[in-house]
Every structure is written in C-alpha cells, then in structure tokens.
Design a protein around this ligand. Sequence first.
Ligand SMILES: *[C@@H]1O[C@H](CO)[C@@H](O)[C@H](O)[C@H]1NC(C)=O
Ligand SMILES: *[C@@H]1O[C@H](CO)[C@@H](O)[C@H](O)[C@H]1NC(C)=O
Ligand SMILES: *[C@@H]1O[C@H](CO)[C@@H](O)[C@H](O)[C@H]1NC(C)=O
Ligand SMILES: *[C@@H]1O[C@H](CO)[C@@H](O)[C@H](O)[C@H]1NC(C)=O
Length: 285
Amino acid sequence: MGWSEVSRTLLCCLCLAALLTSVSSADFGDLFQPYWAADHIVAMDGEPLKLTLDNTSGCGFESKKKYLFGQTSMQIKLVEGDSAGTVTAFYMSSDGPNHNELDFEFLGNVTGEPYLAQTNVYVNGTGDREQRHSLWFDPRADFHTYSILWNRYHIRFLVDGVPIRMFANKEAAGVLYPKDQAMGVYASVWNADDWATQGGRVKTNWSHAPFVTAFRGFEIDACEAEEDAAGGCAGGGVFWWDAPAMSGLSPHQRRQLRWVQRRHLVYDYCKDRHRFHEMPGECLG
Ligand SMILES: *[C@@H]1O[C@H](CO)[C@@H](O)[C@H](O)[C@H]1NC(C)=O
Ligand SMILES: *[C@@H]1O[C@H](CO)[C@@H](O)[C@H](O)[C@H]1NC(C)=O
Ligand SMILES: *[C@@H]1O[C@H](CO)[C@@H](O)[C@H](O)[C@H]1NC(C)=O
Ligand SMILES: *[C@@H]1O[C@H](CO)[C@@H](O)[C@H](O)[C@H]1NC(C)=O
C-alpha cells in the first residue's frame, strides 16, 4: 500500500470508530436517573459525572430501564488520594428478596496503597461469591473501562476489555443461574468502613471528604425488558451475545484470563475452605 492508501484506510477506521461510539454510548440522562441523594451527584454538560460521598451521605444512580442479557460498560476514575473506607460500585441488579445481582465493587485504600476490585454474583437472593483482584494500573489516575457481559452461557467481568472473571452457567449440574429476572444497571459511592479496607481496620477519614468518583462513557448494549412481561425482552430477535461464538472466550482472552488469575487474583471464595462447610456447587469440577 502507498502512503495515501494507508492514510485513507486509517481515516476510514477512525470514522467507523467514531460512528460506532456515537451509536452505542449515550448521555447520562438518556439512560440513567439518580436513585439516592441526587444532591450529591454532579452532572455538568461535557464533563464526567461525579458521585460524592461526605459525612452526610453517599449517592447513586440507576438505569431507567431493566434488561435481560447483554453488556454494559462504564469508564470510571476512582477516588483520588485517601479513599480508605469508601466503596464505589458498578453493578446490575433485579428487585425483590430473591434478586439476582452482578457486582463490581472497588474497595478504597489509604493514599499510595492499592485499590482492590471485588466482584460478586447473587442468584435468588444469595451472594457470598466474592473474588478480589488487584489492578495492573492505578485506577485513581485515569479513566478505565469496566464491563459486565451477561448471556445464557456465562457472566463475564472485564477491565479494559480483559476478562478478569467468568461465572459459568452450570444449570446442568443443578447450580442456579440468573436468567429469568431483568436487571437494572446501577452505580454508587458509599461508606463501608466496617469491612472495605484491610478488613475494616482502616476507617474513613472524614477530614479528607468529599470523596469523588467520576464516570463517563456509559454504554448499555442489552435487551430491554418489557414493562409487564416477566422474562420477556422487547423486540425479541437475535443478539450478538447469544451467538455460539459467545459461549466462551477466544484463545487470546483465555490467555488474558490466565494471566489475571496468576498475577492479580487476591481472593477467590472457591478456594476458601475455612469459609464454607460445603463448597458451593459452581466451585466443583
Ligand atoms: C461533617 O463535615 C462538615 C464539613 O467538614 C463538618 O462541619 C461537620 O461537623 C461534620 N459533621 C459530622 C456529623 O461529623
Ligand atoms: C429461591 O429462594 C427462595 C427463598 O429463599 C426459595 O423458596 C426458592 O425455592 C428458591 N428458588 C430456587 C429456584 O431454588
Ligand atoms: C490496601 O493496602 C494494603 C496494604 O498494601 C493491602 O494489604 C490491602 O489489600 C489494600 N486494599 C484493601 C481494600 O484493603
Ligand atoms: C485524618 O487526616 C488528617 C489530615 O490529613 C490527619 O491529620 C489525621 O491524622 C487523619 N486521621 C487519622 C485517624 O488517620
């Protein structure tokens, strides 16, 4: 290829990338609304959204719609400096006592000490499926993309497109799997100094408040649930996350996951023999 062809090709790629981004990401207000302490949420045109925690309250927002399968992503820049005792969460959840929930929870730390990313899966009201990961970058220094992919085959937690955890559908082995409750998309910042940092030993230092987490790049590429039809999905149709190729990771992604497990997995409930009288079904085999 000559230079002009190369630059034309490059230009086309850039145009396509711009087009795809504008199609799939949306303004905060199109997709979300506050559900807790709207006065602690700062939304200014053209600026990242800011959630603040102070000694009066944390805050949070939720999607206006609920979804059945698909992928949601947000770019998040975590609390700078001292964030000990604070938790920033990005999660999907259904309603009710027997709810399902897929969590990213970012556990703060004192200045200079690393954040941990905790993930959890609730099925039919029961969680206790925590994994904790360190990150391969400083999540306070810049925005990074966190995604949850949920299909009939598995739940996939991703950081900058790198899979850090897979929760497989093991219904065939009698393990419950979230599949028949639509979930909303949520984010929040709150005080969890009874457990979050170094097992609750380090408390929130309120003289460093307000604690601010910034969000941008909101994307929900998922099937909108019908208002009344439980389990129904507007439009029906065939979705990319249902494709047979989405039943597992690509060889490249499998290598990435193995690297994360080797280098960044700090805690895995499936390895915690002190905690469970009987290991949860999904941990076996
Ligand atoms: C909360 O913080 C404000 C500002 O720093 C301070 O004036 C106030 O006394 C604090 N309130 C409590 C209950 O600690
Ligand atoms: C879900 O939990 C409820 C109560 O906790 C229980 O009665 C029900 O059997 C559970 N559902 C399934 C499918 O196990
Ligand atoms: C906070 O820093 C300490 C010391 O480096 C580390 O042991 C801990 O895992 C870090 N994260 C949390 C959430 O406590
Ligand atoms: C809280 O932060 C202030 C200001 O940095 C510091 O002087 C104080 O010692 C901290 N408190 C605790 C309990 O660490």
